[in-house]
Design a protein around this ligand. Structure first.
Ligand code: ZN
Ligand code: CU
Length: 531
């Protein structure tokens, strides 16, 4: 007797193999049989003829560790078929925290949800607090290097001394022993950007020793893209650790085409025997915080210090000079014009949301840079923007590359309450259906089994997860049933808070979370512990 049976679907098992018609039988949280199960009885049965059943999708690059605190249902992710989110990316995680630098950590946090009180110090204490209420999706936690650095030395813009480095290494060791999966960096974000490569190697090595991996938002995605990829590879080589290049892209028109060169570097490293992979989201706009427009010295000593600094005319002048002057041969404005920067969130300046910085400036009689600085100050550094600065050909190249998997770079949002505010990047709602609908079915860039592999088997391989990301007897019952003819993203830059269509049922650890495209309220997700 089965608990649950999926009947008559085409099983696309996550390995990249073509689909074949079979039933899937589940008992408790495990797939116990795949094949003709017509003679098996089951507590409940989902009829799925004409549909595809795939392993639940693994979002290799997520920032949901913040949002899941108040979105336990993981709405915008689970409705895409995501059953596991890899969080703590780009150098940001809510732990570890140290009492001396708690204020700095709060300033660093871009969004502090209800319930996140920073009553923890170690990653272990944090995970325990997070896990107390359960979630719809499984969670894989990384340790953010920015967070680690703040815990040891705040926003100091210098190399750590021996004691500080030792402290970071100890915190990292504890985190790995407490269930973290690796280290992430955000090397364009202060204070991560204050670190030299040697510091990253010393910390990533700790992750590698514990069979974790190193995920990096690399030091440059524009003019310095290739050096930044080389740096990530160097960390892998010297730190003896697997490397994940996060959201691979070439930002800014003068750099379009360079994703091919970045992928060639990755191929070269793989050829040497290094374990280097990458992830990508299927959009040609990126999104980050508005304060990322500033040179990184502006954040020295933290957000409070930054706000004070921005009050000074001579500082604003220096920022203008640096933004307009070519850094490494290209100024910000060579890469992306103000008219290509859209305000995504601005809690205190709703009128700016959805508008381009050129328009925001014009409406207030300010030049766009002044308008941007004003928003940064008004939002105390927590506003977000969307930058239309990527190339479709680059994107297609990344999507098609065999070592590139799918990661949204988004969060679990929902079209209501605080979760539904602003005009966030549509990737939080549309990433996985967009790959399946637009890039696999419509554009035929990928076969469906290959697209599914990039959301299941491939990220599972990166994580070392042997019992997820695949459909076979003995694997955990994380599954998604979708209509291959209909699956599509609906979220747009103008109207981002739209769930996709065609994702019909989603099962996490054997329990149905999405049934007939509706959320059951079930929270069967687990905090996953490394193998
Ligand atoms: Zn990033
Ligand atoms: Cu990210």
């Amino acid at each position: 007797m089965l608990d649950l049976k999926l009947e008559g679907a085409s099983v696309v098992d996550g390995t990249g193999a073509p689909g074949s018609r079979a039933d899937v039988g589940i008992r408790a949280d495990v797939i116990v049989a795949v094949g003709d199960l017509s003679r098996e009885t089951a507590g409940s049965t989902l009829r799925a003829a004409g549909r595809v059943v795939a392993p639940g999708f693994i979002d290799m690059h997520s920032h949901s560790d913040w949002r899941l605190w108040e979105n336990r249902r993981a709405e915008s992710k689970i409705r895409q078929g995501v059953t596991t989110e890899v969080v703590g990316n780009c150098g940001f995680s809510p732990a570890p925290a140290s009492p001396e630098f708690l204020q700095e950590l709060r300033g660093f946090a871009l969004y502090v949800p209800k319930g996140m009180d920073f009553q923890w110090q170690s990653v272990g204490e944090y995970l325990k607090a997070f896990d107390a209420e359960g979630t719809a999706v499984n969670v894989v936690q990384l340790v953010g290097h920015g967070t680690l650095r703040i815990a040891a030395m705040g926003f100091a813009r210098r190399a750590p001394d021996r004691k500080e480095l030792g402290r970071m290494q100890r915190l990292m060791t504890d985190a790995m022993e407490d269930g973290a999966w690796g280290l992430s960096t955000g090397l364009i974000y202060a204070p991560g950007s204050y670190a030299a490569t040697e510091e990253i190697v010393d910390l990533a090595r700790v992750a590698g020793r514990h069979r974790g991996f190193y995920a990096s938002h690399i030091r440059g995605e524009g003019a310095t893209l290739l050096d930044a990829v080389r740096e990530a590879i160097r960390v892998g080589r010297e730190g003896d650790v697997a490397v994940q290049v996060s959201h691979i892209k070439a930002a800014g028109r003068p750099n379009w085409g360079r994703v091919a060169d970045a992928l060639a570097l990755i191929d070269g490293a793989r050829g040497e025997g290094l374990d280097v992979m990458a992830d990508v989201y299927p959009y040609t706009a990126s999104s980050t915080t508005l304060r990322t427009l500033l040179p990184d010295w502006a954040l020295e000593d933290g957000v409070e210090a930054m706000l004070e600094r921005l009050g000074k005319p001579e500082v604003r002048e220096r920022i203008r000079r640096e933004l307009e002057a070519p850094v490494t041969g290209q100024s910000l404005l060579d890469r992306v014009g103000w008219e290509n920067i859209m305000i995504a969130y601005c809690a205190r300046r709703k009128d700016a949301e959805g508008k381009r910085l050129s328009e925001v400036g014009a409406a207030r009689g300010l030049d766009p840079l002044e308008a941007a600085l004003e928003l940064i100050v008004d939002e105390a550094g927590k506003g977000y923007m969307i930058l239309f600065q990527l190339d479709e050909t680059d994107l297609r190249r990344a999507l098609a590359h065999p070592a590139v998997m799918i990661g949204s770079d988004g969060s679990s949002l929902a079209p209501y309450g605080a979760l539904g505010m602003g005009k966030p990047h549509p990737r939080s709602y549309g990433t996985f259906p967009r790959v399946l609908g637009e890039y696999a079915r419509e554009q035929r860039l990928l076969g469906l089994p290959e697209a599914v592999h990039k959301m299941t088997g491939l990220p599972a391989r990166r994580l070392g997860l042997r019992d997820r990301g695949v459909i076979r007897a003995g694997a955990k019952a994380d599954l998604v049933v979708f209509d291959p003819k209909r699956v599509a993203d609906l979220a747009t830059y103008e109207e981002p808070h739209e769930y996709p269509v065609g994702i019909e049922h989603v099962i996490v650890n054997g329990r149905i979370v999405i049934k007939d495209a509706e959320h059951t309220g079930s929270l069967p997700g687990k905090l996953l512990t490394p193998p």
